[in-house]
Design a protein. Structure first.
Length: 173
């Protein structure tokens, strides 16, 4: 079964946003939608596409803001702290909150993420925050994981990563 642009537009006019379609040989087509009213969404999809579609209503919006743990930190220059977060396709950083005292710097991040359950490969991404003063001996603590954030030196192994990317690029292109 093919979901056309016209199908998507007609459903959107009904307040139903199609954000993911998955086709399987052994199962019915799976359609992931968001809509303010689940019952109306199921009725609208059935009226437009028939009963041969397995519809999953994933809330009332195609994206949500969720907390994300910090995977690493490094002070790139005095007072500028690089934080690393694992991200996937179509995600973006919403906000990083920082609270400082004499012993630690506490970070809390939220990421805007699609509801689609099949996001793709994880990539470690850097984000920078400015501190009131240099980090010094203070511990960076993640409020989401409720644990210290490990130190991550971006320069360690950089040439190995560059060579691996070059080799992968040479194989594909």
């Amino acid at each position: 079964m093919t979901i056309t642009t016209e199908d998507r537009a007609a459903l959107l006019k009904e307040g139903v946003l199609v954000h993911s379609v998955h086709h399987y040989e052994t199962h019915p087509t799976q359609l992931f939608v968001t809509a303010p009213d689940e019952e109306h969404a199921l009725e609208a999809v059935s009226a437009r596409l028939g009963a041969a579609v397995d519809v999953n209503v994933c809330g009332d919006a195609p994206r949500e803001v969720r907390p994300r743990r910090c995977t690493g930190h490094m002070e790139r220059e005095a007072g500028r702290l690089q934080l690393r977060y694992d991200m996937q396709r179509d995600e973006h950083m919403d906000e990083i909150l920082v609270a400082e005292d004499d012993e630690r710097v506490v970070v809390f991040a939220t990421v805007c993420t699609p509801i689609d359950p099949q996001l793709g490969d994880v990539v470690g991404c850097p984000y920078h925050v400015h501190l009131d003063r240099p980090l010094g001996e203070r511990v960076v603590f993640d409020a989401v994981a409720r644990a210290p954030v490990p130190y991550f030196n971006v320069y360690d192994g950089i040439w190995d990563r560059v060579e691996a990317q070059r080799a992968a690029s040479d194989r594909t292109g």
